[in-house]
Design a protein. Structure first.
Length: 407
């Protein structure tokens, strides 16, 4: 009986194995068990063989083909997409928000107005010099800007200054002095040097003699081509380093400054036409400017800058004078080069995107003093302390317009 039961059990097992075909299904997670990552399950079917939406057991499935961007042609009609793929794409299109149109840039962006309060550092110390000569002035600087094409813009600058203490260079108390009119043509970031990511900006400056000082120097105008190199790093609040160069040529009627009219009247081509009757005028200037800006946080900025100016003066002509025995010629002498240094240390804070307050110290001094000694750098008798309020006029207009639209 036991032998018969064992024989029947073996027969039943062999019949069951023959029906299974001798192969086991792939384990979960094995190759070919699931479609490729990111592919919808319905896209795993291949044409021919199994029916649509059905996978072959034991064979890896190719990923679904992405729809091509180009238009279908008659020679190669577009294949019908599985229903599951069409449904997923429709859902994705419905969920995706409409792309926002980029805001159009204002052609007047960068237009600003600055109100500055300045006083000399020596004003705080009555015993700094033999004669106490305090200085405090307010100035107003209007700097409109208009973009002609992309990042190419035309800028204008004109300043008004009024000294509230007793001035040394005016004939009236608290006389308002105006600056020259400066025209700047700038192509901001015209090119970027690859790999080192340094931006190149060419520029041209034209200066018109509106100030009394330039009129005394008989200046017609000045031309100043130049360029900037700048590099920025997106660390902490931001760091930027820049270098600027400018060559300026001054066009004057005379080689020296005048008062209201020439002190020596001489014919058009007379021997005294080019006589020196005042300080030598500057013929050319070469400027090198270095600047560093560090923002510990976004609204706060620390600015350091140094400018080295080299002025090349008109040569003093030989002097011819008469003596009892005839005439003598005194050869030209004196230097035709004067150097200046300009240091600025500034701390700025953006109260609003369109309003910045800056506190700084500015020192603009000749390299050599009248006794042929060098001035102390950074702080000397030419150091001024200033407090600036800078208003971005285009930003103010945008903020007001936005508030009006919300109402």
């Amino acid at each position: 009986m036991a032998l018969l039961a064992l024989t029947a059990l073996l027969s039943t097992a062999s019949i069951a194995l023959g029906q299974e075909g001798g192969s086991a299904p792939p384990a979960a997670g094995a190759a070919g068990a699931e479609p490729a990552e990111g592919t919808p399950a319905g896209d795993a079917a291949t044409p021919g063989g199994a029916a649509d939406g059905e996978k072959k057991e034991g064979e890896p499935q190719p990923p679904a083909e992405q729809p091509k961007a180009e238009e279908p042609t008659a020679a190669a009609p577009e294949e019908a997409k599985p229903a599951a793929a069409v449904t997923l794409e429709a859902d994705a299109g419905a969920a995706a928000p409409a792309a926002a149109k980029p805001e159009k840039k204002s052609p007047f962006r960068g237009t600003s107005f600055t109100w500055e309060n300045t006083f000399s550092a020596y004003s705080l110390d009555h015993g700094a010099e033999l004669t106490y000569n305090p200085y405090y002035a307010m100035s107003y600087s209007f700097r409109p800007r208009y973009y002609l094409w992309k990042e190419l813009f035309l800028g204008i600058r004109w300043d008004l200054e009024q000294e509230l203490t007793n001035a040394d260079d005016t004939t009236k108390k608290r006389q308002v002095m105006w600056s020259d009119v400066i025209l700047d043509l700038v192509w901001s970031k015209a090119a970027t040097i690859p790999k080192i990511l340094v931006d190149f900006t060419p520029k041209l400056r034209i200066e018109l003699p509106a100030s009394l000082a330039s009129q005394a120097r008989t200046l017609y105008l000045s031309l100043g081509p130049g360029f900037d190199f700048a590099r920025s790093w997106d660390v902490i609040g931001g760091i930027s380093l820049s270098y600027s160069f400018r060559f300026t040529k001054y066009f004057n009627q005379y080689t020296s400054a005048l008062s209201e009219k020439p002190l020596v009247e001489c014919p058009e081509e007379g021997p005294c036409k080019f006589d020196v009757i005042g300080p030598q005028n500057t013929s050319m200037r070469v400027s090198n400017y270095f600047a560093l800006e560090v923002r510990p946080i976004k609204p706060l900025s620390v600015n350091l800058s140094l400018e080295v100016r080299n002025n090349f003066l008109y040569k003093v002509p030989d002097a011819e004078y008469r003596t009892m025995g005839g005439s003598e010629t005194l050869a030209s002498g004196g230097s035709t080069h004067v150097g200046y240094l300009w240091y600025i240390v500034e701390l700025g804070y953006d109260i609003f995107p369109y309003w910045t307050v800056a506190l700084g110290a500015s020192t603009y001094n000749p390299m050599v003093s009248p006794d042929s000694k060098y001035y102390a750098p950074f702080f000397n008798r030419y150091t001024n302390i200033y407090l600036d309020f800078v208003f971005d006029l285009d930003g103010i207009v945008k903020a007001v317009s936005k508030k009006v639209r919300k109402q």
